[in-house]
Design a binder for this molecule. Structure first.
Ligand SMILES: [Zn+2]
Length: 235
């Protein structure tokens, strides 16, 4: 394959030897890739500080015996995120979820675009529903969009009063099991999944905000079959 260009977001890095790092990125054209950044830990590294988690970079990669990162230019610095612990925690949670769902070398431009969009939104405004909204959209992208149009068990249109993580949807009073859910929370999730996330992010916090945060986090965790290590608790 030789030399190729791509764009990506750094998900995580691990040390390799004295001065190198293995950098895991989600890219536009090649899905998740793990590349070696040689000399990145040296003081005068040509990469500067451009290969930290959340970095959005334009890349030049060389595929030989291993995949080498030969050049990285910053597209977004996301300084606002890195300098704010709360924003950084939220970003880290999203990076972790993406790292879990992304397949190595399986192109998935939508996942890359969603993450870049979410990081830009987080840099602009630290909205409580950003991460839960991202999780719901990520579940939908994975083919596990929560069922909210009627009871996920019997199909009754409404009222819907509970949310079952195993079935992945809302339930009517007759089928109800799992956490209870309000009409307002179902409405919020509907709007997030119907392309209304940007509008939802600008609304004031209500009890439904907490419900959606809890449900979306639990649904994402259920999907990943493990608890996310860095889930941000909304308080
Ligand atoms: Zn039912």
């Amino acid at each position: 394959m030789g030399l190729y260009r791509d764009q990506g977001v750094v998900l995580r890095t691990i040390r390799l030897g004295e001065s190198d790092r293995i950098v895991t990125l989600v890219t536009q054209a090649h899905g998740k890739v793990r590349a070696v950044a040689k000399g990145v830990r040296k003081t005068k590294s040509r990469f500067g500080g451009r290969l930290e988690p959340t970095s959005h970079v334009s890349l030049l990669l060389y595929e030989g015996r291993e995949l080498d990162l030969t050049q990285a230019e910053a597209l977004d610095h996301f300084r606002v995120i890195r300098e704010d612990l709360d924003r950084l925690a939220r970003a880290t949670t999203m990076l972790e979820a993406v790292d879990q769902v992304a397949q190595e070398r399986q192109p998935g431009a939508r996942l890359y675009q969603m993450l870049v969009g979410a990081l830009r939104a987080l840099a602009a405004h630290n909205a409580p529903l950003l991460v839960p909204g991202f999780f719901l959209k990520l579940l939908a992208l994975e083919g596990f969009q929560p069922i909210l149009d009627g009871c996920a068990s019997c199909g009754t249109p409404e009222p819907l009063v509970a949310f079952d993580l195993v079935v992945g949807g809302a339930l009517c009073p007759a089928c109800a099991r799992g956490p209870r859910v309000s009409e307002q929370a179902i409405d919020l999730m509907h709007r997030i999944l119907d392309g209304g996330l940007a509008g939802v992010l600008n609304e004031p916090v209500t009890p439904a905000t907490y419900e959606v945060t809890d449900l979306a986090t639990r649904a994402m965790e259920h999907h990943l079959e493990r608890r996310l290590r860095s889930v941000t608790v909304l308080d």
